[in-house]
Structures are given as structure tokens and as C-alpha cells.
Design a protein around this ligand. Sequence first.
Ligand code: SF4
Length: 674
Amino acid sequence: MTLPPYVADPYRPVRRRTREVLVGDVAIGGTNPIRVQSMTTTDTQDTRGSVEQIERLAKAGCEIVRLTAPSIRDAENLREIQAELARRRVRVPLVADIHFTPNAALVAAEHVQKVRVNPGNYADKKKFEVREYDDRAYALEIERVAERFRPLVRRCKELGRAMRIGTNHGSLSDRILNRYGDTPAGMVASALEFLDVCEDEGFCDVVFSMKASNTQVAIQAYRLLAARLEERAPGEPGYPFHVGVTEAGDGEDGRVKSAIGIGALLEDGLGDTIRVSLTEDPVREIPVARALADRYDRRFAGLAPAAGVSPGAPFTDDPFAHSRRATQPVRVGAISMGAVEPVRAELELGAVPTAPRAAADSLSISLAVRAEIACEGVVVDSDAESAARLADFASALVAVGVRAPLSARVPAAVVDAAAKSVARVIVPVGSATPESDLDSAAEAAAAHGIALEWSLAGAPAAIPALVDRTLDAARRAGLEHALYGVDSELPVHASRALAARLRARGADAAPIVLRHGRSPDLSDEEAVLRAATDLGAPLCDGIGDAVAIGGFDDPGRALDLAYRVLQGARLRTSWTEFISCPSCGRTLFDLEETTARIKALTQHLKGVKIAIMGCIVNGPGEMADADFGYVGAGPGIVNLYVGKEVVDRQVPQDEAPEKLVDLIRRHGRWVEPG
Ligand code: SF4
């Protein structure tokens, strides 16, 4: 059966229509701004510590705060926390986070404004059992879970509390896992079973989340949920979404992963409240979440009705699964782009340097400190006057050992002059570009046998016509293969319009290059987030055979970011993948410090996935597809895992990082650093 679309229009920004859900006096959904929230890392029975952290979060701009309620005593203490917050005049609604403890949920509902339940473990113990369920056994299980869940729904309805049905990849029930696997379809099915009970009870103050540490899985699950909800109630405002990438980790990787997953969904208009999960002080999550939310609040608030785009074909056959566009390889000097080649990483350096040798020296020094990643393309901007310096710069790059092919962004009239010195010309094309320019650019590139990349400038609606004109020019010139890119205020939508139109014209073999230039008015953190979303979202759509970043003072830093985006989008792995939980009141050790210690020992293990999880209750499930796991098992005690199997129990915390290294060694995945 065909699903309804998950988004009103994939080629222009449209916010999903949702109903409003009140969490205390903070409204989520509808036309309200995207709400920013976080979670405490304190022990919920520590009233003072929790209140102080909530106060700091609220001051930083956090609009909703969640606390774990792993026991009835924790749930009862939420009353004390509320009372102390009221004494201090801190007005922020609280959410109780429930896993495995329905009794605590009923108590918590008395004291907080919202309860989060995880359908994977609300009424199920996690045993990782493989068991066959026939339809009758499956239906009986659903009935059992529903009866366990129903009292909470009734109580929330009576008290006017909101509820989040929060499914996590990796913590699905054994029943769902056995039928659907650990898939977006299973996540959605699990959540909808809980919604059935809510709707049966006439309770609609529901918010959904579908979190995963794998950005692609998170995007697919939220999209699938949007489509399924639309299928249940066509044309009705849907339930709001709480969007996040769970266990994103810390530092730049945590920010990049969050900006890819959350940003991609907000690009689709999916997301009414967001939480950025970093393995850091939760207060540091707030500016990151704020920057992401503000971009889309501004976009949706100031949105003039954009022109529709009719590219003539969808940009993908399946928006609920990842598959990279199938393309033909195109040579750019010694580098091949597209087809089965890895998604390439390039640098944009701005204008052709006036002192080529000095610029090449400085580039080589900047790249030398990042020996683990390769610069696979250097792009400069040139005009008729500076084209004469391109040859010198190309020679200087070779002289200092930078082997990346040199490309030049040039006006069509300069292609002929530049073509002798570079491996590729990038030709800007806008609605006003004359046909004769397109012809001369295509003819010159064909005559010199170099690669040509059309850079289509404009709003998404303008892209299809530009594709048509460049394809026609290439045909007239006998130019067989070209690369494509967009230069747009809405790069995610424009990239889709490009991919879709190429497909409609039977030219979908053309590789696409995703280019991003840092905006000078952004802070360093905002610039990282912006690049991660604008490049990562198309990559998760399967679009992109190369990424290029420019505008950073240090080119090596820009290249590093490009590779982190590729890793965050799960397209290319250059370092160890860390999946670390943000920690909460269940955490049994200092997660931030431990993560730093483990990272220092293992971050060079390209392709290895290591999970660092704060507690044994949720940790093993939510480690998702990690190869090795480091999970808090008790105060000062850690269990070590290979996959989902615990192999070393009760390891003292001080010895655990080194034991983890031993374990990785024993399983043949260790390499010496450097
Ligand atoms: S895995 Fe981490 S964030 Fe999740 S419940 Fe356990 S300690 Fe809390």
C-alpha cells in the first residue's frame, strides 16, 4: 500500500501542520515556536542539585526540562523539586522520564506537566529473546501492554498532563524486534500501538519522538511516522514531534550529528520541540538547540508562499530508506567522483591567491596536522584577470605535495583561459545567463577535455529550468558528462529539485557536488551546525558525490568538518564512531570524563563503533549497532560488551578503559595509534 507523503512539499519549506499540546503553560506544536528542551543529569532524589541544574537550564533558555524517574521514590521527589522551583520562582514545566516502571509513572504524573514513556520498555522487560509470535500471541501481547498502559493515560487525561510517546532505536520490545527488526517500521509500529490506547481513551495531548543515534535511521523513522499519522487522519493537524538524535556524543561530533539529524527533519518541517543530546553539561546543549530552532522559526515565520516546483520526477523512490543516487563516475584530474567512489571531500579557498607559493605552503602546513584525512579537491574563484595565476598556483600545490586536483569557479567567458591550468571548471548559471555563455563554456570544457560542473544559482523553483538549459547546451557541445551543484538560500530543497529534474530528464547519472560557504556573521559553533545541516541533510537523502566547505580561516579545519559531516551522515568513516549517552539521573559514573578518557585511547580506530552508556537499564538496548560497549553496571562498576553480549562483568571503573582496549585487541580490531 502506498503511504501518503511525509511532507507537504519536499521542494520548499513547509512546516507540518500539528495540533497544539500544552505542557504546563508552554505550548508545543501549532504555530508556536520550536521549543527547546533538555534533561537533568542529577540524581532525581537530590532536590537541591536537581533544582540548581534546572535553574541553570532555564536561565540558558531551556523551555522544558526532563528528569528521570526510575523508582517511585524518585517520582515522589518530583513534588519537592516542583515546590523548590516555585519557591525560587523558576517557571519551567517538568517532564518525568519513564522506563520499565509504570508504577513510578503514575506517581510522577501527579507532580509534573508531562510524562515520557518508552513503548519499548513501558510494560516489557528487555531480554533480547528471539521468539516467534503468531498473530494470536502477538495480539494478546498488545492487549496486555495496553492494559498496563491504560491507567497512566486515564490519569494524565484527568490531570491535564501531556505525554510523549518516545520510541528509541535499539530499545524496542522483543515482540516488535521479532516482527519488524530494529527498524524505523518497528519504531513507528511500537509508538502507534500506544497511540491506539490514547485515542481509545479520548486522550490527545500526545507528542511523539523517534530517536536514534544513527542520523539516517532517525530521519527515516520520523518521516515514516509522519506518513503513518497522515494515513490515520488525512488532512488533520497531526500530533507534534519532539525531534532529536540520541547518544550523539560530545564536542564537534555531537554537534554535527545533531545538526544533521535534527536539521534535516526541520528542513522537512518536522519538529515542534527539539532536544540536543550531548555528553556534556546539559546547559551546553541549549545554545546548540537554540541555534537550530531559531533558524527554522525565522524561516517559517517570515515565509512568503514560495513558488511550487514540479521537477517531473521524485528525487528518490523511497524517502523512508537511504540509497545513494546511482551515478556515473566523472574524472576531476586524478580523482574520480560519483558511482561507487567514496563521497569526496574538497576545500573552497576563495579567490586565486596573489602569492601562489606562500598560499600553497600555508595550505600544506594546515593539512599536514590532519594526516588521517585527505584533501581531494581544491577550488578557487577566478576571473579573467586572475586566471593567469591559476597555472602558478597549480604548480605550487604540486611543489608542496598537495596532490588534490585544482578547480576554478569562473564565468563562462573565462573557461577557455582557465581550462589549461585546472582539472575542472565550475560555471555559475542563473536565470539571466545567456544561452551563448552556456554553449561557450560547454564547448571549451569539451575541447580541453576537462570536467565541467554547472553551479545552478537560485531558488528551488528556478532549478529545473536551469537543469534543462545546461543539458541542452552540453548536448549541443558534445560534452558527455558534467557535474552539478546548486548555489541557493535553500540548499536542501534546491539539491532535491536538482536531483529530481536530472532524473526526469534521464540525466540522473550526473554526480552532484554539495558546496557550503561559511557565512561570516555566524559564530564558530553556528557555522559548524549550518554546514552540518546543509551538507548532511542532502547526504541523508542519498544526494551528493562530493562535499566542499569554504570560508573558515583554517582550511584544514574546514576539511576536518567536511569529513565529520560525512561520518555523521554515515557516508564515510574516518575515525572511531562514539555513541555516548547524554547521562541522566541513572548515570553511574562521570560520563563526560569517562568518554574523554576512552576517546583519548581509541579515537584512531577507524570504522570501530564504541558505545559509552551511563546505566545498565537502558544502556545495552540503546547502544544500537555499536561493536563494543562500556556500560555503567553499579556505582564504580562497569560491564563491557561485544555487540549486545556482555563479556566482562563488574570491572572496576578505574581499570575499565584499559580493559576495553584489551577487549578490542582480543577481537582483532585494535591498531596502534599513529
Ligand atoms: S543510557 Fe544514559 S541517558 Fe539513558 S537512561 Fe541510562 S544513564 Fe540515562
